[in-house]
Design a protein around this ligand. Structure first.
Ligand code: AMP
Length: 193
């Protein structure tokens, strides 16, 4: 079966995680952040070391590892009953992050909407990432050069995902607003689908 899914999309620092966590508290919504799945790996596993190797440079982990890990994680969440695919809408954040990943996931996802959290001022994203780095112990967001790499990877590799899903599914959300207003804009649309 395909999972009924909404995607939170946008540059690093745009607020996908903040919104995803809130949406995940609503009954019949299940939030899955790909970055969190990676961060929960232990460093003594091969995949854990691969994650550190790539994320510390601001690069994407190769697609095959990522999709395999994601599938295992979702199956695990289903087996433990945290995610109930028949009932729940899956709220994905941070995946798919390339056109190839979107293609690889097309057998698993029935995408209902893509929320593109847009923030035109890049300096604002950098500022948010640096603030979060200290608060959340996110080593990939401490170094300015790594942050710049992450933003460049977003522009070059991740943005084409929007074309993959097409304008009918993509909703532009102004991410420079306060979190509550961003949430309101998302909920206005989610409530209708
Ligand atoms: P995030 O917390 O979403 O910003 O992700 C942190 C890091 O995890 C990224 O910079 C990547 O190295 C890795 N990562 C997270 N999601 C993906 C993905 N879908 N594909 C490849 N790498 C990912």
């Amino acid at each position: 079966m395909k999972y009924r899914t909404i995607l939170l999309f946008g540059a690093p620092g745009a607020g996908k995680g903040t919104q995803g966590k809130i949406l995940g508290t609503i009954p019949a919504f299940f939030h899955c952040a790909c970055g969190d799945v990676f961060r929960n790996l232990t460093i003594d596993s091969k995949l854990g070391r691969t994650f550190v190797e790539f994320s510390s440079q601001g690069k994407l982990v190769p697609d095959e590892y990522t999709i395999l890990l994601w599938r295992q994680n979702i199956e695990g969440s289903t087996q433990t009953g945290r995610f109930q695919p028949e009932r729940d809408t899956l709220v994905l954040d941070g995946i798919p992050r390339s056109r190839h990943q979107a293609e690889m996931l097309s057998d698993a996802l029935n995408v209902q909407a893509v929320f593109n959290l847009t923030c035109p001022v890049m300096e604002k994203l950098v500022e948010r990432l640096q603030r979060r780095a200290l608060r959340d112990n996110r080593l990939d967001d401490v170094n300015l050069e790594v942050i710049r790499n992450r933003l460049a990877v977003y522009e070059n590799e991740t943005k084409p995902v929007l074309d993959f899903y097409g304008p009918k599914l993509v909703h532009e959300i102004d991410a420079t607003q306060s979190p509550i207003k961003v949430l309101r804009d998302i909920l206005d649309i989610v409530a209708e689908i």
